[in-house]
Design a binder for this molecule. Structure first.
Ligand code: KIV
Ligand code: ZN
Length: 532
């Protein structure tokens, strides 16, 4: 059976999408998971784009053993050189260079004639091949490129040694029939096409990215470029899990395999969500919380009689679990530790013990602790080791009213010393965060604040994700508690500790010191003071 290669671009095209930026450490965690998932290639970034991108591609190249590590580059010598510098230590390095080929892009963006574009493709691929044995060439905006010119461009790239030819639907415009015709045109007319791998890279602007990718595969493409959960520019890229499970579930129709260990899919999606703080929509195909939930009585009855009645694939096949074992306050360390292992976490004993203490405290407040609660506890604790200089929460009191400003009095501890401040705000969370800002004496702005119930019941844990910024950058923080004020303070402290101790890289550049106003300023500039 032939194989379709899975080229993951979560860390490049995916990371470009707003809200998905990751630090180098987070990208490394994700890259390790992608390797465990069994993808054939990991596009680790766009090396020339920024020093941070360059460093993360280089770091990923240093740890990934089995998958190809790829850097994107425009068809420009200095981009290609940077891409090579970043990937050259990888076990399987690849340079991915691209040039737009549609008349629209050539005229409006590149100001190039078709002949000049052909010459640029030749020189770029030649230069890349002189550096690296594995070169991919992409015809950006392929789906709006003249079919005859496309054949000439593909032929030029192959003649210079490109091993993979990618035909992106850059703007998510094509229909599956058109993709099939485009791939067939290239497969039938370009000399030497049988010696290279044709790749699909489809965007989801019209919701057709996966359908278009599968159509391209039907017509002969043997590489699919995709992202976990379909993240990516604008409406995103084709979702990796949907392509892989589409091929696996309908092997009768496609007769094609992938190298993906489908049982890792769920874990990879959860990791991405926990790193970025962006929740997976409950109805998301394959990895959403409801993807295998049967609500209606008729469906439940059918599934009990024979799961195949309403299940075309099993939750186990994607690493999801059918039933969540409930743990309670009488559960011991061993059961807790076993549960962590079952969930796929390999943590050091000290962290496990710390988490067990948090689990016990939670079990005291909450009747039953579900798997999702444990995942939330773990995810709020991993990713950054605590630092002796961290601020931690001792206690807080808030008062809140629908007629007056809310007030908060917060006590934090650092190096054994306590500090207390009070502040007011338009709501209790706002007031509590202002009190934190006053204690740490470091102005920051709040860039993002999200709160989500981990489970559905009334005693649910609240998971709070914040992004705070100062002039050094943007920092993400996470906190969980059955009390949303406590969760908000914990997540703010997590982010502020990252900011103040330099123990974690920033997600991106923050506002400049001048342009930035602190969280406290928000109210002060509205003419209010804490004395009110
Ligand atoms: O969408 C696109 O065309 C791309 C290329 C750079 C591969 O991301
Ligand atoms: Zn793209």
């Amino acid at each position: 059976m032939q194989t379709v290669k899975i080229f993951d671009t979560t860390l490049r095209d995916g990371e470009q999408a707003p809200g998905y930026s990751m630090t180098i450490e987070e990208k490394l965690r994700m890259a390790r998971e992608l390797e465990a998932l069994g993808v054939d290639a990991i596009e680790a970034g766009f090396a020339i784009a920024s020093p941070g991108d360059f460093e993360s591609v280089r770091a990923i190249a240093g740890v990934v053993k089995s998958a190809s590590v790829v850097s994107l580059s425009r068809a420009i010598t200095k981009d290609i050189d940077a891409a090579w510098e970043a990937v050259k230590t990888a076990a399987r390095p690849r340079i991915h260079t691209f040039l737009a080929t549609s008349d629209l892009h050539l005229a409006a963006k590149l100001k190039m004639t078709r002949e000049e574009a052909l010459e640029r493709i030749r020189s770029a691929v030649r230069h890349a091949r002189n550096l690296c044995g594995d070169v991919e060439f992409s015809l950006e905006d392929a789906t709006r490129t003249d079919p005859d010119f496309m054949c000439r461009a593909v032929e030029a790239a192959i003649a210079e040694g490109a091993a993979t030819i990618n035909l992106p639907d850059t703007v998510g415009y094509a229909r599956p029939e058109e993709i099939r015709a485009m791939v067939a045109n290239v497969m039938n007319r370009v000399p030497g096409i049988e010696n290279v791998c044709v790749s699909m890279h489809c965007h989801d602007d019209l919701g057709l990215a996966v359908a278009n990718t599968l159509a391209g595969i039907e017509a002969g493409a043997r590489q699919a470029e995709c992202c976990i959960c379909g993240i990516g520019e604008r409406a995103g890229n084709a979702a990796l899990e949907e392509i892989v499970m589409g091929l696996a579930t309908r092997r009768d129709a496609y007769n094609l395999a992938t190298n993906v260990n489908t049982k890792e899919i769920s874990r990879a999606a959860k990791l991405l969500s926990s790193i970025t703080g962006v929740k997976i929509a409950p109805g998301k195909a394959i990895v959403g919380a409801n993807a295998f939930a049967h609500e209606s009585g008729i469906h439940q009855h059918g599934v009990m009689a024979n799961a195949k009645t309403y299940e075309i694939m099993t939750p186990e096949s994607v690493g999801a679990r059918r039933s969540a074992l409930v743990l309670g306050k009488h559960s011991g360390f061993h059961a807790f530790s076993q549960r962590l292992e079952d969930l796929g976490y390999t943590l050091d004993k000290a962290l496990e013990k710390d988490l067990f203490a948090k689990f016990k405290a939670l079990a005291d407040r909450k009747k039953s602790v579900e798997e999702r609660d444990i995942v939330a506890l773990v995810e709020s604790a991993v990713g950054r080791r605590s630092n002796p200089d961290d601020w931690t929460l001792d206690n807080y009191v808030v008062s809140s009213s629908n007629k007056m400003f809310s007030t908060a009095c917060v006590t934090l501890v650092k190096n054994g010393k306590t500090a207390t401040e009070s502040a007011f705000g338009t709501g209790p969370i706002f007031a509590a965060i202002r009190a934190v800002e006053k204690i740490v004496k470091h102005p920051f702005s709040l860039e993002d604040f999200q709160i989500q119930a981990v489970t559905e019941r009334r005693d649910a844990l609240g998971e709070v994700t914040v992004k705070v910024a100062d002039s050094t950058g943007v920092y993400r923080g996470r906190g969980v508690s059955t009390d949303i004020i406590e969760g908000s303070i914990l997540s703010t402290l997590d982010a502020v500790n990252r900011m103040l101790t330099g123990s974690a890289a920033a997600l991106g550049t923050g506002a400049s010191a001048d342009a930035q106003h602190s969280f406290c300023d928000d109210l002060l500039s509205a003419g209010h003071t804490d004395k009110e």
